[in-house]
Structure formats: C-alpha cells, structure tokens
Write a protein that binds this ligand. Structure first.
Ligand code: FO1
Length: 320
C-alpha cells in the first residue's frame, strides 16, 4: 500500500486503544494522530490521573494489562495494599508501576508543563512515534445526572458505582471555555481520513466533539470522516455505552450510533452481526460498511483498521 496519508483518530479508552494498536501494526506511525478524550481525568491522592491517555499509551507501547485493557501488564499492588491498611481510598486501583506515571505527570504539571507537554514526554520515553494529543489542555470533567439524585463525577459513576445506576443526563463541566489542545485542529484539518474510534459516543467521543471548533471541522469535512460503531448486537463490548444510549433516548444499536454521527461522518463501520441494520443506517444518511469489528487480538484489530482506511480510499480514489 502507498502509505503517505495522514490519519487522525478521535479516541476514548480501551476500544480506541485496541483499534490504534491494530492500525499502528501496519501503518507508518508518524502519520497517525490520536486526539484523546480527557474528560474522564480526575485527581486522587493528590495525583493527576488521565485514564484514556494512559490506556492508549500503555496499549500502543505494548505495556497494557491484557486482562483489564487498562493499567500495566506485570503490575504489582504493594502501595494499594498498604493504603488499604491505612484506610485510604482504594476504590480506584492504581498499581505500583502505574503510580510512577502519575507521580511523573503530577510533578510536571505542578512545574507548569501542560498535559500536551507531559504526554509528548511520556511518548518519547516509551518510543511512541504516533502523535498522541490530549483533546484539550483545559480541565473538562464528565458528570452524570443519576436518576433521582444529583450530578456525580465520571469515575464515581464508572468505577465506584460500577456504572450500575441509571442516568438521565450528561454534562462536561468546563467545556465552554476549553480550547482544543495544540495540534488538534491542524491534525483534523490536514487529515486525509478522520476515524471516530469504536469508543462510547456519549462519554468518550462527545467530550472531544464538544470542545470549541472540533465538531465544526468534522461537519465541514464529513466526506473524510469514518466512524466505527462500538455497539454490536445491541450491546457494547465493554462498558455501559448501550445502556447509556437507551437511557438518554437513543436506540441501543448501531442505528442509535448512526443517529449521533449522521451530521459528522459519511461512513459507519458496523459488525457483521448487525448487517440487517444496514438499510436503517443508510436512511439516516450515513453509508454502512459491514465487517468484523471484534478486536479480540491485535491481528483482528489491524484487519478492522485496514477495512476502515479502505472504506474511504477505495470508494473515493481506488486502493491505498
Ligand atoms: N477501571 C475500573 O473499572 N476500575 C479501576 O480500579 C480502574 C483503575 C484505573 C487506573 C488507571 C487507569 O488508567 C484506568 C483505570 N480504570 C479502572 C479504567 C478507567 O476508569 C476507564 O477505563 C476509563 O476512564 C473509561 O474510558
């Protein structure tokens, strides 16, 4: 394949990380930019935690825990064990190796570095040559309105409450004043293809799109945008995406995903399981493309990435 085209990927956590690892297996890494959600970020133990950035960085540098999809492989838990004895907060599991990353990030931010600076430094230290960009350097925070209760922070809902409580609304605190991080708009403007990774559309992709100017670029460049449905057979492969769609009034299927992306993407990649939904997706004004979207290993993820790239280039210009 002549591989000289710039690829930008809008990314959340585990699903996006697997997709990127597949893409980077065969595509020139320096031509790939991932614009990563930071609205899951939070502070605990005085540390600055950026779960989606870390999940992507650990996965594409082959350091991720394969069981969980987040955190480090070969992890140990001595600090958490001691913290538990002291009665500290242990609901969010930070392994000993993972803690080193959080110490580094927290210290660098305290010294005045931006999240983009720190991410660049981490990538350089780990030999990552793809461009990993925080969607913004500003502090934005996903909050969920829990049925009959108040707003809760994302990790409280997702980890502490195991995303088991129904929600009625979502907001991204601080997003009105957030600007895209350095390089984000140029990467989306210059990309030959923009891919919306198979991430949760409500709490992983939306907090990227809602940052000033980002949705507008995708709307204007819609013919260049291919989205991948994270919903297969009505269920998310991981996490609460399908329930969230339903609770917020969308159909909990690839059709609901098409509804959310119809103004910003020209193609929606859906799983073979959902082939029968094709005509309903097409009637939303978005072209369905049916393939295997289950990324159970890096080879299957690479196959999905190839099909995704070819969906645009084969249909518009001939093979890559
Ligand atoms: N997810 C959990 O379900 N439980 C955890 O204890 C947990 C710890 C954790 C530590 C570091 C990290 O980078 C991610 C971690 N995650 C954990 C995953 C994270 O909460 C979610 O995957 C994302 O925020 C959703 O995209």
């Amino acid at each position: 394949m002549p591989e000289d085209r710039q690829v930008s990927v809008i990314a959340g956590g585990v699903g996006a990380a697997k997709f990127l690892r597949g893409l980077l297996k065969f595509y020139p890494n320096e031509l790939v930019t991932a614009v990563v959600n930071v609205a899951d970020d939070f502070h605990l133990h005085g540390l600055s935690i950026s779960p989606d950035l870390d999940t992507v960085a650990y996965t594409i540098s082959n350091q991720v825990n394969p069981e969980t999809g987040w955190g480090r492989t070969g992890e140990s838990w001595r600090v958490m064990t001691e913290l538990e004895k002291l009665g500290g907060h242990t609901w969010f599991s930070l392994g000993d190796l993972d803690l080193a990353l959080h110490l580094y990030r927290t210290q660098r931010l305290a010294e005045g570095a931006t999240l983009s600076d720190v991410t660049r430094e981490i990538c350089a230290a780990w030999g990552i040559t793809a461009n990993l960009l925080p969607a913004t350097d500003a502090k934005i925070r996903t909050q969920l309105k829990v049925l009959d209760k108040d707003w809760v922070d994302f990790q409280d809902y997702f980890v502490a409450q195991q995303h088991s409580v129904p929600i009625t609304d979502v907001r991204f605190a601080g997003i009105e004043s957030a600007s895209p991080g350095p390089g984000v708009i140029p990467s989306l403007e210059e990309a030959d293809i923009i891919i919306i990774a198979p991430s949760n559309p409500i709490v992983s992709v939306n907090p990227v799109l809602e940052i000033s100017g980002i949705r507008e670029v995708l709307q204007r460049r819609k013919e260049t945008v291919v989205a991948i449905s994270p919903i297969v057979g009505g269920e998310a492969l991981k996490g609460p995406a399908s329930r969230m769609l339903e609770e917020l009034g969308y159909e909990k299927s690839a059709v609901g995903v098409a509804d959310l992306y119809k103004n910003i993407a020209s193609i929606l990649v859906i799983d073979e399981t959902d082939a029968a939904l094709s005509s309903r997706i097409e009637s939303q004004g978005i072209q369905p493309l049916v393939t295997d979207t289950i990324m159970s290993d890096p080879e299957r993820a690479a196959h999905l990435a190839k099909v995704t790239l070819e969906s645009l280039f084969l249909s518009k210009e001939g093979p890559l």
